[in-house]
Design a protein around this ligand. Sequence first.
Ligand code: FAD
Length: 471
Amino acid sequence: TCTLMWFRRDLRIHDNTALAAAARQGPVVAVFLRSVAHWQRHGHGANKLDFWHRGVVALGESLAGLGIPLLHRDIEDFDEAPATLLGIARHLGAYALHFNCEYPLDEQRRDEAVVDAFKEAGLTATGHHDSVAFAPGELLTRKGDYYGVFTPFARAWHRQLTAPRLTLRETPPVQTLTEVTRDPAPPLPPLADTPVGAGRWPAGEAAAADRLERFLRFRARRYASQRDFPGIAGTSELSPYLALGMISHRQCLQAALAENDGSLAEGDAGLTAWVNELVWREFYQHVAAGFPRVCRHRAFQRHTEALAWRDDEAGFRAWCDGRTGYPIVDAAMRQLVRTGWMHNRLRMIAAMFLSKHLLIDWRRGEAFFLRHLVDGEFCANNGGWQWAASTGTDAAPYFRIFNPTTQSRRFDAEGRLIAEYVPELAGLSPRDRHAPSDIQRSATGYPPPIVEHKAARSRALEAFKALPASR
Ligand code: FAD
């Protein structure tokens, strides 16, 4: 007999709560259920699916090193998860299944169905809290509500954090379980888009650990002053790895603690700023669990549901294609489509441009990001989009609309990013790259601005002012 471990977005053998719990019960057999069709229906694109696939292949190798076989099953939809997992359990004579919880609504429902099916069959399926320091519901306001604002959430997070919450889970010992053999990982079926591939984003735990190490060594102490500048490689670039659990938040926070004399809240400005971003990540997971309407394509701020978004297909296409005539926005969008990645400052600029200057429904932008991002992750993506569109928690006040040209001069002062991704402007002086003249545009074939900043700003302000009061 054996215990089953169901891997999902926790593709690592080290510091894995559910895997450690499974291994404490005896020999483990690991399972990965794949539904490419389901993930595509939920908007995940080729970059993410390819990275995920490579991560699962790497996981299979790591597990083999521990003597844990990984079984692969392809399903059409996650509705089939209970029956598929029960089938494996019965076939192997396993009486227990372990998995790490995920907090968006669909994932919670999927997991509840599995837990119920196992219970009915007289077996157990146990979800473990693993991807966050505090499970949703553990950090609440004085009134007992989920936090809808980041700063008090972060204060509570720091105040209530105790060492055991960050204790690394034990890696399972090498086991001998001869009767079950691992499956070869099935290849990824052909996808509509070509993924950016392994060059920039090698998958797996070792690659993630290496990235963390390099971040701490070369970037972390300058993080506070450099993180906002897209032309500088100043951040960890760990988000794809955190999104699929190739590294854990505990491993990141333990590393920060070790580098910062045992403190997460005080000390080195770079390290504490970085920890703050990890708390943002956790905050948005709590938001998804505590306000499930955001998982149903709804605005966090209910009154913004009435906003008169514009139906502007040509504007949306120009934004997607990086041809808005605003060089920083276009550089951002071309970076996304070409590399599967976008710097956080650019995500804010591009998202605000779509939702404010073009007044196009943020949900269209959210979906486009998810389709291209290698780190596409529902909670952070939805949180970031609702922030930019002023419909979310902690949202940017609707009247604070970024001027893309000012942002460009401030955060890409030398126009480096523009030169890289909008090559038709590379020949201009760094100063001119932010806002080329009409003559420069016609000489280079770069389009005129799709909207005029001031007019677009006024249009957005009017649309927000027309909303019913928030309470
Ligand atoms: P670092 O600056 O090194 O930060 C460390 C980690 O903290 C990140 O890897 C990430 O896990 C987390 N983090 C950082 N910033 C945020 C944030 N604002 N919200 C939540 N977590 C954060 N992040 C995603 O992981 N997936 C997404 O799909 C995603 N979509 C976004 C969409 C928009 C419109 C915006 C404004 C932000 C989005 N973010 C998303 C957040 C952020 O842009 C990325 O996490 C960050 O750019 C990743 O780079 P890094 O790993 O170098 O981050």
